[in-house]
Design a protein around this ligand. Structure first.
Ligand code: KG4
Ligand code: ZN
Length: 481
């Protein structure tokens, strides 16, 4: 595996591009050094002689249908790695994000337009409104990513886009845009699994992080404990039987009447600093389940009841409430956060033991996804991980919450080993059916960790990423022998 270095500028400037819809645009300031470096390799990489403008049926491109067989021409080639430049597009939930990343891990640009006002208005993500907001800004976000990297589409080697899991309506906006760019400029495409992207962005940050490693991925919709064996191959040790922790943070923030514009998590984390974390007695979920699964629905109910018992009025903003009421809200926030994270700690401890039995060479545990930007979460999990003689790898907050860098980077990782689709046609038929995977498991379930409660409730819609890649690998082996 090629060693990478990380040069993402720590300064992220936020400014509004569409005051009318109150989008917030965040962009990394690409350093002059990066721009200079980029000019040195302006020549397009040799990835594209394979493609022709209407090359969907080109014999040079094997039709890969996202992660199936492709020509493995880039592996172990540092030269090609350094010259690859991938655009990543992310629209699976409420952030419209794009970024451009080089094969050696340099982030050339990062742009995010978040739906802050919509989030505050609806107290969560409303799919139709989110889709409209993505559609309004997607062209501008992608153009800004190109401009900030000082590139045009012609300089790209490939386009990576999140195809699932997520909200169909929202995924569609990103995939449509990615296909337009790829079709017009004859670029190969990589369909990215959103949760794999959360995990793999840690490899862009931490040079030592190689497979196998453990990962806890905590976002608004997922609470996953996985063992990453290799690129695209994961064993799912645990998941949530109901809600994810991010959802519990969001609801707690909403019921406490907090400002949701940055999503609920940061608001609860901030208020919790003022509170007594042992003042409200909440039960740690699933104490008697000797597995690695999570449940946050019951804790949410406990929080709601505590809020009702203290007669907290969520319509009254924090800024205009009494000192006593503010104190009550802070105590609930702190107590919720403590117990919610205790649940994470207990399950992570067990998952590390399981993972070390399966892969004794593991050295790292990645904690990523929006909730991993929480300082208390990081601190507590660092203790657990260190006690087990592992090293915690947490991407910086800007790469923990949804972003385009993680998609571009994951696209690069797969592209390098030949997993990509050929360029789509320059003009897509009106009735083209996009390959969207709103419910798409990442790994295969570890038998010991299976939860009856969950498997009865959630029907799988799409085969897991891991099963697709394993099937593809064995097909490759068969054709080679
Ligand atoms: O990964 P992400 O950006 O989007 C999804 O894939 O869902 O995660 C968003 C979730 C939200 O529920 C948000 O409240 C939570 O991450 N989050 C946090 C923090 N920052 C974001 N939760 C706790 N503390 C934070 N500082
Ligand atoms: Zn996410």
């Amino acid at each position: 595996m090629v060693r990478l270095f990380f040069t993402l500028s720590p300064t992220i400037s936020r400014f509004s591009i569409y005051p009318g819809i109150s989008s917030v645009l965040a962009a990394t300031n690409t350093s002059l050094r990066l721009r200079r470096q980029h000019h040195q390799f302006k020549t397009k990489t040799p990835t594209l002689p394979l493609a022709s403008p209407s090359s969907s049926s080109s014999p040079n491109f094997k039709r890969t249908r996202f992660y199936s067989t492709g020509a493995r021409i880039f592996s172990n080639s540092n030269y090609f790695d350094d010259n690859l430049v991938v655009l990543g597009i992310e629209t699976s939930c409420d952030d419209t994000a794009a970024a451009i990343v080089r094969g050696n891990g340099e982030v050339l640009s990062q742009v995010i337009s978040s739906q802050a006002e919509l989030l505050a208005q609806y107290g969560g993500v409303a799919p139709k409104q989110a889709e409209e907001a993505h559609s309004r800004v997607i062209d501008k976000v992608v153009q800004d990513a190109l401009d900030r990297a000082n590139l045009t589409e012609k300089d790209l080697s490939a386009v990576a886009v999140t195809i699932g899991p997520g909200l169909s309506l929202c995924l569609r906006v990103g995939v449509r845009k990615a296909r337009r760019v790829a079709g017009e400029f004859s670029l190969p495409m990589v369909g990215v699994h959103h949760m794999e992207a959360h995990a793999l962005v840690a490899r862009l940050v931490e040079q030592e992080l190689s497979f196998p490693f453990m990962a806890l991925l905590v976002s608004g919709g997922h609470n996953l404990l996985v063992l990453a064996h290799k690129l695209g191959q994961y064993t799912q040790l645990g998941t949530t039987v109901d809600d994810a922790l991010g959802e519990a943070f969001d609801k707690t923030a909403k019921w406490l009447g907090l400002d949701m514009r940055r999503s609920g998590g940061p608001a609860v984390e901030e208020l919790a600093l003022e509170g007594d974390a042992k003042s409200v007695k909440f039960n740690v979920p699933m104490k008697n389940h000797k597995d690695c699964n999570f449940s946050y629905a019951g804790l949410k109910t406990q929080v709601r009841l505590a809020i009702e018992a203290k007669e907290i009025d969520c319509k009254c903003p924090l800024s205009s409430t009494t000192n006593g009421d503010r104190r009550n809200r802070a105590d609930i926030a702190a107590s919720f956060q403590r117990v919610a994270v205790l649940h994470l700690e207990e399950k992570c401890e067990r998952a590390i033991d399981w993972a070390l039995e399966l892969e004794p060479s593991i050295k790292h545990m990645v904690v990523s996804g929006g909730v991993a930007s929480n300082k208390y979460v990081r601190l507590r999990l660092n203790n657990i991980v260190e006690n087990k003689n592992l090293k915690l790898v947490c991407p910086p907050p800007s790469l923990c919450t949804d972003n385009g860098v993680m998609v571009a980077w994951t696209g690069l990782e797969h592209f390098r080993v030949g997993r990509y689709d050929p360029p789509p046609p320059a003009i897509e038929p009106d009735d083209y059916v996009y390959d969207l995977r709103p419910r798409w498991p990442l790994g295969e379930e570890y038998a010991r960790g299976r939860s009856e409660a969950r498997s009865m409730r959630s029907a799988r819609i799409h085969p897991s990423l891991t099963s697709i890649i394993r099937a593809d690998d064995s097909l490759q082996q068969q054709t080679q022998t």
